[in-house]
Design a binder for this molecule. Structure first.
Ligand code: SAM
Length: 280
């Protein structure tokens, strides 16, 4: 390696065979590996005979450690960043570090590999031309439901990460926000022994998961089909909710104008709907 650089290295999300040859080579040759959890990463590194020194970089010390890493780069030493699994920065630390290193004028070199959401999308059977990766939904029920409701009319496939403690509640909230008929895919324990990729309506998958406790264990990616296309004239639940709230506070014409700005729907359509709401 000539010029000192920060290598952002993806690692497996379960199956060690998914480690790339380039990842092994780079992790062996850098001076320092910045890892989210050094004890966790020690297992991966020893499996591939990587003896490089590790430095812990997690959400609580990232800024301070970034300065140390910039000093290493200034001294001509390359550094690699890894997370516990998959691609760093994807629902994982690294965003601050990469920003600081780029700002300081050093090269950042990405090494592609696993990311759970891409792996799930590649096998879920849902539209993959346009999608929105939403990371982890809020842990608290109220905030989670509100977020799902705000996404109810989304025209792209939605992708979430979810913890085993919350997966069932999260699917229940989705059924409430998106309707039980909406198609979803649950991708569990990808690349591992109990890998399960199941798709169906939210109602169907809830019955299946409630009946089999084992299906609530492990790591999860939840994928939700895009909202069905609506005729331009009919409003979705979320759009109606926004319009109703505005109609409570504002004259009909103003409420329709503001709702048009928020939802992108024609003001004329919203104006008619607001009149109906007021009658109502
Ligand atoms: N950086 C990782 C990536 O590139 O996907 C994500 C890290 S995030 C802290 C961990 C979450 O990713 C898990 O809670 C789960 O939602 C998802 N995940 C990671 N590995 C997975 C796997 N093997 N199967 C299903 N989901 C997985």
């Amino acid at each position: 390696m000539s010029e000192a650089a920060l290598y952002v290295v993806a690692t497996p999300i379960g199956n060690l065979q998914d480690m790339t040859l380039r990842a092994v080579e780079v992790l062996q040759s850098v001076s320092l590996i910045a890892a989210e959890d050094t004890r966790h990463s020690a297992r991966l590194l020893s499996h591939f005979n990587i003896n490089t020194r590790q430095l812990s970089v997690h959400e609580h010390n990232e800024r301070q450690r970034s300065e140390m890493i910039v000093q290493q780069l200034a001294a001509g030493n390359s550094v690699a960043l890894i997370s516990d699994a998959g691609t760093p920065l994807i629902s994982d630390p690294g965003y601050i570090l990469v920003g600081i290193v780029r700002e300081a004028g050093y090269r950042v070199v990405p090494l592609p590999g696993c990311a759970a959401f891409v792996t799930a999308l590649s096998a879920a059977g849902l539209a993959s031309d346009r999608f929105s990766f939403e990371g982890f939904p809020p842990a608290k029920k109220g905030a989670r439901l509100e977020q799902y409701r705000s996404l109810a009319d989304e025209s792209r496939t939605l992708i979430f990460y979810e913890s085993p403690h919350r997966v069932l509640d999260s699917l229940r909230d989705m059924a409430q926000a998106f309707g039980g008929d909406r198609k979803v895919a649950v991708a569990r324990e990808l690349t591992k022994t109990f890998e399960t990729i199941r798709s169906g309506s939210l109602d169907e998958l809830l019955v299946w998961m409630e009946a089999d406790h084992n299906q609530q264990k492990g790591e999860f990616v939840l994928l939700v089909e895009a909202a069905p296309r609506r005729k331009e004239e009919s409003l979705g639940a979320e759009q109606l909710r926004i319009l109703s709230l505005l109609t409570e506070e504002l004259p009909v014409s103003q409420a329709a104008a503001l709702a048009a700005k928020i939802t992108g729907i024609k003001k004329k359509v919203l104006y008619q709907a607001a009149l109906e709401i007021n009658k109502g």
